[in-house]
Design a protein around this ligand. Structure first.
Ligand code: HEC
Length: 203
C-alpha cells in the first residue's frame, strides 16, 4: 500500500511539473523587477543567467573607480533581463519593468599560468538600474550589499544625473553595449544629446 501511494504521488508530482512547464511557457514571463513591501528591490538571484551586454575594464566614470589605487583593477559586467533584451532588439527601447545589473569584480594579473592582462575574481559590488512607472523619472537605481534587497538611490543622485545626461538610449549606456547598437540605429532611438556629442567628437 505504501509503495502504491508513493508511486501515485510521484505521478502527481510529474504531471504537476509537466503542466507547470506548459503554463509558464504560455504565460507572460515573470517581471524581473520585484519589490519588497517597503519599496526595496529584491536581489535578482538569477541575473547571471540574463543577457550579458559588456565587461568594461577599469572604466573611470565614477568616484569609486577614480579613487582606486593605480594597481587596482575592476571589471564592470552588465546584464539585462531577457524579456527586456528581446523587446529592445525589436523596438530599440526598453519596456516598463526592465532591470539591468552591474556587477563589479576585482581584476587580477597574478594567478595560475597568467603573466599579463587581467582576469576576474571576487565581487566588489552590485547595482541595479530599473525602468518602472512607479519612479518619478521613470527609472531608478538601487545599491545592494550582499544578496539582500537593494535600497533605492535618490532620484537626484549622481547616478541619475550622469545616466540622464550621457547615456545614449533612454538613460542606458548603449554606446558601450555593442550587441544593442544595431537595434537603436534601426529604430532611431539614440538620444539627440548623444548624437550631437558624437558629431562634435568627429569634427
Ligand atoms: C559619471 C557617469 C556615471 C555615474 C555617476 C554613474 N554611472 Fe552607471 N554607468 C556609467 C557608464 C559609462 C556605464 C556603462 C558601463 C560599462 O560599459 O561597463 C554605466 C552603467 C551602469 C549600469 C548598467 C546599465 C545601464 O544603465 O547602462 C548600472 C546598473 C549602473 N551604471 C548603475 C549606476 C549607479 C547605481 C550609480 C550611482 C551609484 C551610477 N551608475 C553612476 C556611467 C555612470
Amino acid at each position: 500500500m505504501k509503495r502504491r501511494m508513493l508511486g501515485a504521488s510521484a505521478l502527481v508530482a510529474l504531471t504537476a511539473s509537466l503542466a507547470g512547464g506548459a503554463i509558464s511557457q504560455a504565460e507572460a514571463p515573470r517581471r524581473a523587477a520585484v519589490y519588497t513591501a517597503d519599496g526595496k528591490l529584491e536581489f535578482p538571484k538569477d541575473y547571471r543567467t540574463w543577457v550579458f551586454l559588456s565587461s568594461g575594464v577599469d572604466m573611470t566614470y565614477s568616484d569609486a573607480a577614480m579613487a582606486m589605487a593605480a594597481n587596482n583593477h575592476a571589471f564592470d559586467n552588465v546584464f539585462v533581463d531577457r524579456a527586456a533584451h528581446d523587446a529592445f532588439q525589436k523596438t530599440g527601447t526598453w519596456p516598463d519593468g526592465s532591470v539591468f545589473m552591474l556587477e563589479v569584480r576585482r581584476g587580477e594579473t597574478n594567478g595560475s599560468i597568467n603573466r599579463r592582462g587581467q582576469f576576474q575574481t571576487g565581487v566588489l559590488g552590485r547595482e541595479a538600474h530599473v525602468k518602472d512607472k512607479r519612479f518619478k523619472s521613470g527609472w531608478a537605481f538601487f545599491g545592494f550589499s550582499g544578496e539582500g534587497p537593494g535600497r533605492e538611490i535618490p532620484q537626484t543622485s549622481d547616478c541619475n544625473q550622469c545616466h540622464e545626461k550621457h547615456a545614449a538610449v533612454d538613460t542606458t549606456f548603449v554606446q558601450f553595449y555593442p550587441t544593442l547598437q544595431a537595434a537603436a540605429q534601426a529604430n532611431k532611438t539614440f538620444s539627440a544629446a548623444y548624437l550631437a556629442a558624437e558629431k562634435g567628437a568627429v569634427k
